[in-house]
Ligand binder design. Sequence first.
Ligand code: SAM
Length: 299
Amino acid sequence: MGVALRKGFAEYSPIIDLLVKTRKKVKPVLIGGDPGLTPILRWAGSKKKLLPILLDQALGECSGVYHEPFVGSGALFLQMKAKKAVLSDLNPHLMQAYKQVKNHPEAVWEMLSKMPSNIEFYYSLRQVNWITLNSIERAARFVYLNRFCFNGVYRTNLNGDFNVARGDGHLGIPSWDIFKAFANRLKKASLVEADFGVSIDKAVKGDFIYIDPPYVDLTKRNRGEYGLGSFGAEDISRLARAANQASKRGAKIMLSYRHSDELISLFKGWNVRSFDVQRTVSCDIAKRHAAKEILLTNY
Ligand SMILES: C[S@@+](CC[C@H](N)C(=O)[O-])C[C@H]1O[C@@H](n2cnc3c(N)ncnc32)[C@H](O)[C@@H]1O
């Protein structure tokens, strides 16, 4: 198994070493879904549950480019029939993993599908320093840790090391059908690791932008969800400026966020719709209450 997985990488690989040690002890678990419509990641803040509302309000036809500057798991992108897309996110590990999935789906899935589902393997893999891995191994490690971590949260310590505990419940990796279909959808997309401003500033008339930023909570310490310092209160006005300028250039835009009068006041003349949603990121079940969300559109 080790030799087959290396595919030309002669150097020592800590992942192959781990796989050889745990071989046959615990089987991997494969998870199904609708190929082409199912994301390969479980992403905290994913809009999977809001899809009916988002699809109802999203621009049906887009003659230009579909932009998703906070792409995460890309739940809405998969539902949209855009001919051209620019998917971007500030998380470099996420975007690097997507690039490998797009260009080498078989190799990433071959490695991923050999990874067992037990707790010991999760923590051993989490401990492996990603710097020591080749690109395929990094992508497989990223997807595995995301699939088995607590609620699909991406959080790092001050050194930038992923430090989310393993989750529980029915966890597994996406089946090959899902993986392959997702990779095929990525073929039409440009993948960019960048701040939201880069993608929004490029949008022009005929383009559609779906903006789904992290929710800033000024009452809580930033615990590094989505990476330390990735999006804070000061970014809200920067985002509003970029979106309003793209709107003036003729791009059609939809933005989802938690209810915030401050945010609404920055989007003068936009349509605002409110709805309730069940929050699931908290590990405290008692705190998983319904929360008010908003959807802003400039059309
Ligand atoms: C709410 S999640 C998006 C979820 C996505 N819509 C989905 O359905 O999975 C917010 C995303 O913003 C990304 N992010 C945080 N700060 C950013 C920034 N300054 N520029 C671009 N992306 C950023 C995070 O990495 C995260 O993937």
